[in-house]
Design a protein around this ligand. Structure first.
Ligand SMILES: Cc1cc2nc3c(=O)[nH]c(=O)nc-3n(C[C@H](O)[C@H](O)[C@H](O)COP(=O)(O)OP(=O)(O)OC[C@H]3O[C@@H](n4cnc5c(N)ncnc54)[C@H](O)[C@@H]3O)c2cc1C
Length: 426
């Protein structure tokens, strides 16, 4: 890996979602010959169904105290923003126990600090990748709003806002008039809100990844539409991968960036990581009949309105469904019903539903690390609710590891070994 001539290395990246394509682009910038492998079309990955936010201050883990207190109520309420399918319970229990262990205030502070060390660099890390794309409008400039039903919702957020402030992220409180000025469609409906001036948004999540992929190919990268079945090894190194069609692609350097699809490779990688796929649903309304100008998180409803190029997208939710469960689009209908209570004039002609499986680790942090078994193999997965935000930063850090450089950020909080003592897949 400490090759002084990285230009001679043939790098293979498994997974062409946002994390994989950013790893591929950064390795390419470092002089590697890169092959990116994914069975899906560019852009047709989890982030297609994301809310599109560069959520740079969303560093407080999901296990924050406010959430934990809400969970029992949500589980009893089938229309709540969090759902647990009974069939998923046995499988998810070990994951959930670790998740609960991350709810201590000291642990929440530690995780928020670790994540902020990454999210503070998001725009700088995306800049060279986006500069190389012909379309200069891929990343929008609008800030994001969060609205609450009552002062209590906002009061719950205050300790988190304070922590975010300590970590260098801004927020502004909004009263009803300010919310109405920014979002006329919501005038008179909400009287308590927040503005996050540091966040930015992608309006075409599929097009964003497709454009980065086109840029990678235009700069000499190769993308193969196939599933990787197997990592081949020679002594303590990966020597290549075998594809579903039987072809073999040789590799001097391998990056596994396959989201939840990384799980089948864990034995070969020598890791035992509790990686869960947590479903989130979206309803896309091509002609919603109402103008929403910013992304608006409706905290008490557990969903986000996001104005996208394909229409108004309404989505979110957290569903623990188990690894092989079929999507339950009733979740998207529930979101839509709730959205209609806020905006009764919403029109649903031509509506489309979508689902994405966030690759989630119980401490909400990704794995950005070397394989403990295969010297020339790197791992970049588990970005949970922040994969779109952290794609480019992960790519830069992976290229540092690949080039034998000490990354500017300490990567020990993102080590796969943090799960080593506990063991067991989620
Ligand atoms: C409802 C929802 C809202 C979200 N909102 C946001 C948001 O606002 N901001 C944000 O930052 N994040 C958000 N996210 C999270 C974000 O979408 C994910 O963190 C991110 O997409 C993960 O990217 P990834 O590249 O690691 O994985 P993926 O996007 O899942 O990509 C993995 C790729 O690997 C490929 N693959 C799998 N197995 C193999 C194999 N064997 N061989 C080859 N290829 C393989 C897959 O086909 C896939 O294309 C949201 C997610 C959801 C579901």
């Amino acid at each position: 890996m400490n090759n002084p001539h990285p230009t001679q290395q043939q790098a293979v990246v498994i997974g062409g979602g946002i994390v994989g394509v950013c790893c591929a682009l950064y390795l390419q910038r470092d002089g590697h010959r890169v092959t990116l492998i994914d069975p899906a079309a560019p852009g047709d990955s989890t982030a297609k169904w994301s809310c599109g936010q560069m959520a740079v201050s969303e560093v407080i883990p999901l296990s924050k105290p406010g959430i934990l207190m809400k969970i029992p109520g949500w589980l009893l309420d089938q229309k709540g923003p969090l759902a647990l399918r009974p069939s998923a319970l046995p499988g998810i229990l070990p994951w959930f126990m670790r998740f609960l262990a991350c709810a201590r205030p000291a642990k929440i502070h530690e995780i928020a600090q670790d994540m902020a060390r990454l999210t503070q660099h998001v725009y700088d890390d995306y800049a060279p990748l986006l500069d190389a794309c012909p379309d200069k409008t891929l990343l929008g400039q609008r800030p994001i709003l969060e609205v609450f039903d009552s002062p209590a919702g906002l009061a719950h957020e205050r300790p988190h806002l304070e922590l975010r402030k300590q970590l260098g992220f801004r927020s502004e409180e909004l009263d009803g008039a300010a919310i109405g000025d920014l979002e006329p469609a919501l005038a008179g409906k909400f009287h308590h809100g927040l503005l996050f001036p540091d966040w930015r948004a992608v309006s075409d999540t599929e097009g964003f990844i497709a454009a980065l992929t086109e840029s990678f190919v235009a700069q000499g990268g190769k993308r193969i539409r196939q599933r990787v079945l197997k990592i081949e090894e020679n002594h303590d190194k990966a020597s290549g991968v075998t594809l579903a069609d039987g072809a073999r692609v040789p590799a001097d350097l391998l990056v596994v960036a396959a989201g939840t699809g990384a799980r089948p490779f864990f034995d070969t990688l020598g890791v035992n990581i509790p990686l869960a796929g947590i479903a989130g649903y979206q309803a896309v309304l091509p002609q919603p009949g109402v103008e929403i100008r910013h992304s608006v998180i409706y905290a008490d409803g557990g969903f986000c309105f996001a104005p996208m190029t394909r229409g108004l997208q309404i989505g979110g939710t957290i569903e623990f469904a188990g690894p092989n469960a079929q999507p339950n689009f009733r979740r998207a209908e529930i979101i839509l019903e709730k959205a209609r209570r806020v905006l009764p004039q919403l029109r649903t002609e031509g509506m489309e539903f979508g689902v994405g499986y966030r690759p989630f680790l119980p401490d909400t942090k990704p794995v950005i690390d070397r394989s403990p078994r295969l010297q020339n193999t790197l791992m970049a997965f588990g970005h949970g609710q922040l994969g779109l935000t952290l794609g480019a930063t992960t790519g830069r850090l992976i290229s540092d590891l690949a080039g034998g450089r000490r990354p500017a950020q300490d990567l020990s909080p993102f080590s796969a070994r943090r799960f080593a003592l506990i063991g067991g897949h989620a």
